[in-house]
Design a protein around this ligand. Structure first.
Ligand code: FE
Ligand code: FE
Ligand code: FE
Length: 170
């Protein structure tokens, strides 16, 4: 990790980390969509793929408008969460139980993002980076909406399908 000696450095470091995380997600989310069997869940993953591309653009917009330079940071936490998603796909056959576990994994992803954007917004507010605050808040709202959408999908559809599936198997 390159040196962080002031809050401005911390802002750039965290901006670089979440940029890395979002880039990784633009590649991982379409794979999750293909791995899902519930059509609404697959649609939710595809819709969030588009949103995630927009989120990368927002981060690029912050970098450009502030004349910043992103650091070489790989978000290892996101790499790990995505790896766990691959494990889920390998370990569980396509169907409602896998879908339930894909929701678990993707909610962990959304919660990481909510934490990352939340603290990044606080740092930006402290530094008086008003335009960045505005853009980061737009993305934070999308992450929260996605998390709620996944909660509803689990509660109203996927978990019931998974329970039905295990009864059929018994
Ligand atoms: Fe995101
Ligand atoms: Fe990270
Ligand atoms: Fe997200």
């Amino acid at each position: 990790m390159s040196k962080i000696t002031c809050l401005e450095d911390a802002f750039i470091h965290e901006l670089s980390d979440i940029h890395s995380a979002e880039k990784q997600l633009t590649r991982a989310l379409p794979k999750l969509a293909r791995a899902a069997s519930n059509a609404d869940l697959a649609d939710a993953f595809m819709a969030h793929t588009d949103e995630t591309q927009g989120q990368v653009e927002r981060l690029d917009q912050i970098v450009e408008s502030m004349g910043l330079k992103l650091r070489r940071v790989k978000c290892l936490a996101m790499e790990g969460l995505i790896e766990e998603g691959h494990d889920t796909v390998e370990a569980i056959e396509k169907g409602p139980v896998r879908d339930a576990m894909l929701i678990v994994g993707s909610q962990k992803v959304e919660h990481y993002e909510i934490a990352a954007y939340g603290s990044l917004i606080t740092i930006a507010q402290s530094l008086g980076y008003d335009e960045a605050v505005k853009l980061l808040k737009e993305t934070l709202a999308e992450e929260k909406t996605t998390d709620e959408k996944l909660n509803k999908l689990a509660l109203k559809k996927v978990n019931a399908e998974a329970m039905e599936h295990s009864r059929e198997m018994a």
